[in-house]
Design a protein around this ligand. Sequence first.
Ligand SMILES: Cc1ncc(COP(=O)(O)O)c(C=O)c1O
Length: 462
Amino acid sequence: MDDTLQSRLSVADKAHCWHPFTPVADWEASDPLIIQSGHGVYLFDIAGNRYFDGTSSLWCSALGHRHPRLDAALIDQIGQMGHSTFLGMTHPKAIQLAQRLAEITADGLDRVFYSDNGATAVEIALKMAFQYHVQKPSPEPQRTRFLGLTGAYHGDTLGDVSVGGVNHFHSLFKPLLFETLRAPAPHCYRCPLGLSRPQCALACLKEATDLIDQHAETLAAVVVEPIVQGASGMITQPEGWLKGLADHCRNRNVLLILDEVAVGFGRTGTMFACEQEAVSPDFICLAKGLTGGYLPMAATVTTNEIYNAFRGDPSNPKTFYHGHTFTGNPLGSAVALAVLDAFEHDHILENVNRQAQRISERFDRDLIGRRFIGEIRQRGLMIGVDLVQDRATQMEFPAHLKPSAIMCRIARSKGLLIRPLGHNVTFLPPLISTDQEINDMLGIFIESYLEMENTIAAELVP
Ligand SMILES: Cc1ncc(COP(=O)(O)O)c(C=O)c1O
């Protein structure tokens, strides 16, 4: 390895870069991982070391790196143009992509508004929902409030932080936020109501629907991450919860915004997570996997009923005054079309379900029942492993012990990149991973858990 290059880059990074969600002191004390290239499920650092990309580069490089279809689409498009504005003009790739997104999303979702990332996709849905109520044929401008879930994460713009509920990330900004109604996330392992399945009869759903009833006249929309709440630790929703919520929203004329930024594009085993409960929302927010992680692009897909409320006349144009310079970027659109081709022709969803089964069997065999394994939550290839100090009581580790961070550090030294989320270890391998690649990743995952278990057990000895 070229030590001088590694250290020169490291010094320059620490002098000038500011990394998201990264404590400054920890970063400055660290030996940064400098990634140079990627291929398939692998990333390579500048020293040539190979790592499995076990988080799909923060859940977005769903089809791996240097995917032939995606590379070819990008190269072809760059030969035509890199960018042209979508404000008052259009171009073929974004038109084709909108057409195909309308085809593959739930019935009625026919209208696509592009932006750049997951946060903007959700922010746009919030603003559209509010403006829709002001402008619809029988206006209800008093519908100004939103309902979100405890532990929700929808991105880092102020609107998204307002509807988000991860206190650790969001509480500091409280003075800047609008107030949001908050329903308990359905978290069966740590039930907020102290109940257990199935005797609970989805009492947490009733908490949400009661709140909707109490505020039905002023609610603009309910916003949730369907099936799996990602950033709060891969909280998986019990069967029937999403459908119950969606039906109730429909009955009370409250719009439903589904944030599929993390779960969309095959991650949970279906193209979109809401398909698993046959739910058709008013808005679906897409990003991350949309371009297979190649380019920052997002889409807020909604109905023509919403869209029609934005058609005015010269005296009152009713325009949605929101947009981004890179809205509908042609390079992103071209790659996204190639992603959809891959789903159509390359049996991606079949592979997700096959590998999900392989992982679940291996975890059942080698991890369940181990000393610090609290709960393993999985939908498709979206997996979170909760680590607890005491399995019987579900007691959490004290803050100074960081078993998940230790486990991820060990895994990295063995060639697998995974990430801690509090006391949860997240594992989201690329959707194109082969049997052998998944086996190898699992081998490292389990070895890393066992080493961490020994280290932490030694620390816990009184
Ligand atoms: C469910 C969900 N919504 C929104 C976002 C924000 O996406 P972005 O980081 O692209 O702004 C994320 C990011 O992890 C997410 O998981």
